[in-house]
Design a protein around this ligand. Sequence first.
Ligand code: URA
Length: 230
Amino acid sequence: MRLDRFLSNLPRFSRKDVRFALIAGRVNVDGQTITNPHHDVREFSCVMFDDEVLQAGKASRYFMLHKPPGCVSATVDPQHTTVLDLLDEPDKHELHIAGRLDFNTSGLMLITNDGQWSRRLTQPASKLPKVYYVETEQEIGAHYVKKFADGFYFAFENLTTQPAELIVLDNHRARLSIVEGRYHQVKRMFGHFDNKVLSLHRESIGSLALDPALEPGQYRPLNAAEILLI
Ligand code: URA
């Protein structure tokens, strides 16, 4: 929300008060005097008027989890363990998953309470590469590479997938980089060749790779540099 709107929503300030307070340098956001009425105020921002705290600002939280297979990418599920069940954190209801994985897919999963950050990760426009290690039932032909680069037509969404980079590791194993996250995207791409995906593991999202120290089911907070990678 814009800073001037945030302030004028408070019963004590009229619009005129807000203008004067900003010009006089009496408003401070996250430790800096802000005079720009358009400055973005988030739920995580600490907003002060002189020495008075108007909003303390919630702590933003970011985690990477090594999702094991056999676990649901949801916050609640009546039957199965969910990704959030694996986290021993307070106020879990405030957290959400940024970029789901299928029940049997393993690998890097990001969890946060910062919706703006997770949107960057999931919006197709951001074109953030997601790298998967794939094992298949049938042989992976050399002709697959061009088809992945050209794109697959997905009738349900009426779209052609963005160019994807397939690196064939051997007859049944490949590394695939895609910039979208369509429903069952990797399985549908290999499905085009009637080739079933037997094992799928997400290794990285953008420049953020799964920490090799994390065993399946383990997680840790992201550090400040990692948060900036997304
Ligand atoms: N593509 C899939 O088919 N499944 C996943 O879990 C992720 C990408």
